[in-house]
Design a binder for this molecule. Structure first.
Ligand SMILES: Cc1ncc(C[n+]2csc(CCOP(=O)(O)OP(=O)(O)O)c2C)c(N)n1
Ligand SMILES: [Mg+2]
Length: 396
């Protein structure tokens, strides 16, 4: 019996807007001018914020910060494409994703100052806090998508619906989809295997979005995975996979629209690989010059997502130098105001770190809380602290 080919797989790559600003008209998603300008403005604001966040950290005004420089399109646009009733789970490098969903920069700053009062998302959204544990959220995303599928079928009992309705205002008739971001590094975790297995067999309305920014701290893309693409991993799970130029705003938008429709129409899950580049250090605690070539970074600078979109807007006569300068000025003013709001937050009570974590806390945690409480009271008596701010949140 000769060897028989039982299945053949192909992986496609989507690029619509080339680095010089020209568009493949056969693939053009025809985004209306208002939406295009809104996306561009948000990307400009995100970049302005990113630059300032790094400066704040260097000045000792912020704990740490993972930059999204160069990843503005792959971060912001997928989130922007969702409805509030869709679920979103970003990674720690998710400032752009949260901003695409309407989160305020002041809250992102609070998060990176280690203050949980920063986890404030627009009320109608179903946004999740990110997981620092790389890949830890992927199976949860599959679970949420299972829930969303049952919810659409009306199979979620009243009590389940009530608990879901705490997140957002419920779901539209065409069903919710789940968007989970992950990095090229996270794609090596077993979690993705498990999540994709469930997503594929149960045809779940979930989109796994690999932001392939070529680095996992100091581990390069080639060291990370021997396969030609990350998108082709989809084939092993019966899930649709596509590689996308992640610095091409039109391609990201188009790929997301198709993935969302696939989820809403019950046609299954999607694995998108958005090829981009982490232009900055891994976080403010890293020095990338120790492990990568400057020429590599320079090469990617030519594919800058903002510059590319700007060239396209110019060909449509939607942008010129004066309008661009105006946007930059407004973005700086917005970021100034957000930093001011962040720095005007009242001091938190250190005891708040014990709130909102457990329904019933482990003994060790209760003891530690009592110890900290006693310490704070002693410091008050000695006049080392003037006032203990009020407690917020729920304590077990
Ligand atoms: C389970 C786990 N292992 C290791 C780490 C330490 N760590 C934090 S970020 C990171 C790299 C992740 O790279 P990637 O998934 O490509 O995301 P990127 O930082 O490039 O956005 C590692 C190893 C972690 N947070 N969690
Ligand atoms: Mg990475």
């Amino acid at each position: 019996m000769p060897l028989e080919t039982v299945v053949r797989h192909e992986t496609q790559r989507l690029e619509i807007l080339s680095p010089d600003g020209s568009v493949d008209s056969t693939l053009d998603p025809h985004i209306d001018s208002k939406t295009l300008l809104e996306i561009y403005q948000k990307m400009i604001e995100l970049r302005a914020f990113d630059e300032r966040a790094i400066k704040l950290q260097r000045q000792g005004r912020l704990g740490t910060y993972p930059s999204v420089l160069g990843q503005e399109a792959s971060q912001l646009i997928p989130a922007f494409c969702l409805k509030p009733s869709d679920w979103m789970i970003p990674t720690y490098r998710g400032t752009g994703a949260y901003y695409g969903r309407g989160m305020k920069f002041r809250h992102s700053l609070l998060v990176w100052a280690g203050d949980d009062r920063g986890t404030v998302f627009p009320e109608e959204n179903r946004d999740m806090t990110f997981s620092i544990t790389v890949g830890g959220h992927l199976t949860l995303a599959a679970g949420l998508a299972w829930g969303a599928k049952l919810e659409k079928k009306g199979a979620v009992k009243a009590e389940g619906r009530a608990s879901l309705s705490r997140f957002g205002k419920g779901v539209s008739d065409d069903g919710a989809v789940v968007l989970a971001y992950l990095g090229d590094g996270a794609s090596s975790k077993g979690d993705l295997h498990e999540a994709l297995t469930f997503a594929g067999t149960m045809k779940l309305p979930v989109i796994f979005l690999i932001e392939n920014n070529q680095w996992a701290i100091s581990v390069s893309r080639r060291t990370q995975c021997a396969a030609e693409t990350f998108a082709q991993k989809a084939h092993g799970y019966g899930v649709f996979g596509l590689q996308v130029d992640g610095n091409d705003a039109l391609a990201v938008f188009s790929a997301m629209q198709q993935a969302i429709s696939r989820g809403r129409e019950g046609r299954g899950s999607t694995l998108l690989e958005l090829e981009t580049y982490r232009m900055a250090n891994h976080t403010t605690a890293d020095d990338a010059s120790r492990y990568r070539e400057k020429t590599d970074v320079e090469k990617w600078a030519k594919r800058d997502p903002l510059l590319r979109l700007r060239r396209y807007l110019e060909t449509l006569k939607l942008m010129d130098e004066a309008r661009h300068q105006e946007l930059l000025k407004n973005a700086e003013a917005l970021v100034d105001a957000e930093i001011k709001a962040y720095e005007s937050f009242p001091e938190p009570n250190p005891l708040d770190m014990f709130a909102n974590n457990y329904a019933s806390a482990p003994r060790a945690l209760i003891e530690q809380r009592a110890e900290l409480e006693a310490l704070l009271e002693r410091k008050m008596r000695l006049g080392e602290i003037v006032e203990i701010p009020p407690l917020e949140g729920r304590f077990p």
